[in-house]
Write a protein that binds this ligand. Structure first.
Ligand SMILES: NC(=O)c1ccc[n+]([C@@H]2O[C@H](COP(=O)([O-])OP(=O)(O)OC[C@H]3O[C@@H](n4cnc5c(N)ncnc54)[C@H](OP(=O)(O)O)[C@@H]3O)[C@@H](O)[C@H]2O)c1
Length: 580
């Protein structure tokens, strides 16, 4: 049934409308003719399509039958599929002729080289970019177009297009890449960029996406210059901002206030690249499209939740940045807290970005700030084989910056009161691991208690959502060992993604770049979320810094500081295997 098309269609058309400034909405006209993906001359495909078992998209659950489609905002359009699937934007003639310009600011840097250009190339290989797209690198370094292309090609791979024509694809892609050298605070240089962009856009209506792959101290200069001299005159202008979004509540608010002098909230896409991970997306699918989990998702059945992010390497050339921020700001305050909010939120009204972000912000605002006694910080030390954190030449010798932290957080609401959420993040640990572990309560009056022995914690059900290594979802259950007699065993119901879905999983930057192009904000962080997230960690950060708290030293490649085991025990948490 034609319903299946609706979600893809309404999302992809967003970047086609071009007669409006900034993020204003397209108008729609309806007919009874079905809409085919080929109609727009653009690639309509998007990997996020949530379907119920009857093959209807789940977003169609929020149908408002009878609402005239052309009276809707685009966000509403997604919720009204039977009507909308027969509607097309009335700017059909313009949209096939619109242009999309990516401007990678800080193009000479590591992030641009290693992540952004390769992600754009993958999108190109997957036919996700519109026909008329151009990529401009902008930075101070004096590079020619050719030098930029040589720099880009070194990091391109044929991951998507493994066939013989990969090299051809690379050449086609590189032909769309250009460079403009300029200062970040020079309106004149951005005006020059604007002229070059207009030349490539060739009179088409244009949408422009700026990616700020630069240090945060120059964000505002760039945004000011881009807003005044290089924003689109007849389409949208959006800006992707990389973390860090401030160092604490005050500086984050200041950054938001400054950005909003030049941009409105709809134009700002605050990126946390970990949120582009497949399993983070899948968290909502798991919760809201399976009957079995949601009824258990509360303090009544869940004993504790662990959110773990461990790396098996220390610093990799980002010492100056890391020494200034530390693991709490780098990973916990943003990535892990976002995952926690998605995990714990109430059912949103719909899958629209604002509905999801509204629920996330409620969770964050219900959280108590982390107490010092509920946190452990550590720093890795070196030995004859591995350097210590402070051995890095860009890190100060007496640095107190934590490379490991664990904290217990609580959500003060009816669903979660009293349930400890143990967050653990660390570098130079024994293994590379990112996962959520949900430990369920004991079975009351369990008939088999005698068979389990004394440690009942070992045999409670546990749901593990693992991002790495090897994406997987598994549920620990107890079952009988086949044979005579009654022996019980704790075993796994295991969904290993690479076995079930052997196809290539898109990179996180690919997903997020495509979302930004399409105006999909679900995985980007809104300013009130950011504010609420900082409130959870700022008091702890202030205390640690004011008191100059020394982190507990741990060996490179170990399971982290011993203190974390005391913290877990204090809250009755059986530790996950983040480093053991
Ligand atoms: N690398 C990653 O994987 C990663 C991940 C998450 C977030 N981030 C964040 O994304 C941003 C960019 O990361 P990156 O690793 O690409 O940074 P980077 O290499 O240090 O900087 C990117 C470019 O910005 C310019 N730049 C650097 N320092 C500057 C300064 N003090 N003043 C003016 N311009 C300066 C340089 O270009 P020119 O000299 O040519 O102008 C440089 O090539 C940073 O804020 C970082 O924290 C990076």
């Amino acid at each position: 049934m034609a319903l299946r098309l609706s979600f893809c269609f309404s999302r992809t058309t967003r970047f086609l409308h071009s007669s409006l400034n900034y993020d204003s909405k397209p108008k729609w006209t309806c007919s009874s003719a079905p809409v085919s993906q080929g109609d727009s001359g653009i690639h309509h495909n998007k990997n996020f399509q949530l379907k119920a078992s009857n093959v209807q998209p789940l977003n169609a659950i929020a149908l408002q039958a009878g609402v005239p489609a052309n009276s809707l905002e685009t966000e509403d359009v997604e919720a009204v599929s039977p009507t909308i699937k027969e509607c097309v934007p009335i700017i059909e003639t313009e949209k096939t002729d619109s242009a999309l310009s990516f401007i990678v600011v800080g193009a000479s840097g590591e992030l641009a080289r290693k992540k952004i250009f390769p992600a754009l190339f993958s999108l190109f290989c997957e036919d996700r970019l519109p026909e008329n797209f151009t990529i401009f690198g902008y930075a101070r370094s004096a590079l020619t177009n050719e030098e930029l292309r040589n720099m880009i090609i070194r990091n391109l791979t044929c991951r998507i297009d493994k066939r013989k024509n990969c090299r051809e694809k690379m050449d086609q892609f590189l032909k769309r890449c250009f460079y403009h050298s300029g200062q970040y605070s020079s309106e004149e240089h951005f005006l020059e960029l604007d002229e070059k962009l207009k030349e490539k856009e060739a009179g088409r209506s244009s949408n422009r996406l700026f990616y700020l792959a630069i240090p945060p101290n120059i964000f505002i200069d760039v945004v000011r210059c881009a807003r005044r001299r290089a924003s689109s005159e007849n389409g949208w202008t959006r800006v992707i901002v990389e973390k860090p979004f401030g160092r604490d509540s005050e500086t984050s608010k200041e950054l938001t206030r400054d950005l909003k002098q030049y941009l409105n909230e709809e134009q700002i896409f605050r990126i946390d690249h970990h949120l582009g991970e497949e399993l983070v997306e899948n968290l909502l699918v798991l919760r809201f499209s399976n009957l079995v989990f949601e009824p258990l998702w509360s303090r009544n059945y869940i004993r504790n939740v662990q959110i773990i992010f461990s790396e098996d390497k220390g610093l990799e050339g980002r010492g100056r940045y890391f020494d200034n921020y530390g693991i709490i700001r780098d990973i916990m305050q943003n990535h892990l807290l976002q995952v926690l909010a998605l995990f714990a939120m109430e059912t949103p009204v719909s899958l629209n970005a604002e509905d999801i972000r509204n629920e996330k912000v409620k969770v964050l605002r219900s959280m108590k700030p982390v107490k010092v006694e509920d946190a452990v910080i550590g720093q890795y030390k070196g030995d004859s084989s591995y350097p210590a954190f402070t051995d890095d030449p860009t890190v100060s010798d007496n640095s107190l910056t934590p490379t490991f932290a664990a904290a217990t957080l609580f959500i003060n609401n009816a669903r979660w009161e009293g349930v400890p959420f143990l967050m653990i993040a660390g570098k130079a640990l024994q293994s590379k691991r990112a996962e959520i572990r949900v430990q369920f309560r004991h079975v009351p009056g369990n008939l088999y208690n005698r068979k389990f022995g004394t440690d009942l914690d070992k045999v409670t059900n546990e749901l593990v959502l693992r991002v790495q290594p090897d994406e997987a979802i598994y549920l620990k259950i107890n079952n009988k060992v086949p044979g005579l007699g009654m022996r019980l065993d704790s075993s796994d119901l295991n969904l290993l993604f690479k076995s079930r879905y052997p196809r290539e999983i898109p990179g996180v930057y690919e997903r997020l770049l495509l979302d930004a192009v399409e105006g999909e904000r679900r995985l980007f962080i809104r300013s009130d979320e950011l504010d609420a997230a900082w409130k959870v960690f700022t008091p702890l950060l202030k205390t640690l810094e004011e008191k100059k708290t020394a982190p507990e030293l741990y060996s490179y490649g170990s399971s982290g500081p011993v203190g974390v085991h005391y913290l877990a025990a204090k809250h009755g948490v059986r530790m996950g295997e983040f480093g053991c």
